[in-house]
Design a protein. Structure first.
Length: 243
């Protein structure tokens, strides 16, 4: 299943913003969503439907709102940690220039304390973001579950399969796409006919019934790596001698 989650994350482009942790449980439905458009009666009406979960994750506006919100928070967290990371790197430079043994030991103690402060803060902020992401994911799952049930009720489907598939031509040509197609998870259709794909109807139902809380935030500016270091925004390589 890790392959499935990795594939979905790459299609949505959330960048790790939404963590899939634990089992998801649908919340008790409140007010039912707006009635989904019913298909015209036909003698050979299929009783099985599918929807592209990757496209739903990409185009569901409420999902976009929460994904961008979490992305913005992660950028903010990276900025908070950058200052501590730079302080550790500055201490390391002082250590390299300091010839006196006593002063070296003093700098090393400061580096150890600063590194521990960084690790503790990074751990706390990561847990906070993970908890928020998990809460958003649970709510969004509940919205999709309720919308699917409304469509099933209107169209008398017996079963609906969610399948992860490419959304763009670029994704369809990626090595990850070929890998998941050749090693599909259980019940993943190898070919999907558009006559039974309810993805457009589901998206229309979701965006009408569960609108985003507000305008979708603009993408945050990228974090610029500090000039005096090349460590990634989410962490720092411990300085030798600080552990």
């Amino acid at each position: 299943m890790k392959r499935v989650y990795a594939f979905l994350a790459s299609l949505v482009g959330v960048g790790g913003a939404v963590y899939v942790t634990g089992q998801l449980r649908a919340q008790t439905p409140g007010t039912p969503p707006a009635a989904a458009p019913a298909a015209a009666p036909r003698a050979d009406k299929p009783r099985v439907a599918v929807f592209n979960v990757a496209k739903v994750m990409k185009d569901f506006q409420k999902w976009q709102y929460f994904a961008q919100t979490m992305s913005t928070k992660r950028v903010t967290v990276a900025g908070q940690l950058a200052q501590l990371r730079n302080e550790i790197q500055d201490l390391d430079k002082q250590l390299q220039r300091e010839p006196r043994k006593e002063e070296q030991e003093k700098i090393q103690r400061s580096m150890i304390a600063k590194q521990r402060e960084f690790d503790d803060k990074e751990r706390a902020l990561r847990k906070q973001l993970d908890d928020e992401s998990a809460d958003h994911l649970k709510k969004l799952f509940s919205d999709i579950d309720r919308a699917v049930k409304a469509i099933v009720s209107a169209n008398e489907y017996d079963i609906v399969f969610a399948y992860p598939d490419a959304v763009t031509a670029e994704e369809a040509n990626s090595p990850l796409y070929f890998d998941i197609k050749m090693r599909p998870p259980a019940a993943m259709p190898f070919y999907v006919s558009k006559t039974v794909d309810i993805t457009p109807i589901l998206l229309d139902t979701l965006n009408k019934s569960f609108p985003a809380p507000g305008p979708i935030p603009a993408a945050p500016p990228p974090v610029i790596a500090p000039v005096n270091g090349t460590a990634p925004p989410g962490g720092v390589t411990p300085v030798p001698g600080t552990r």
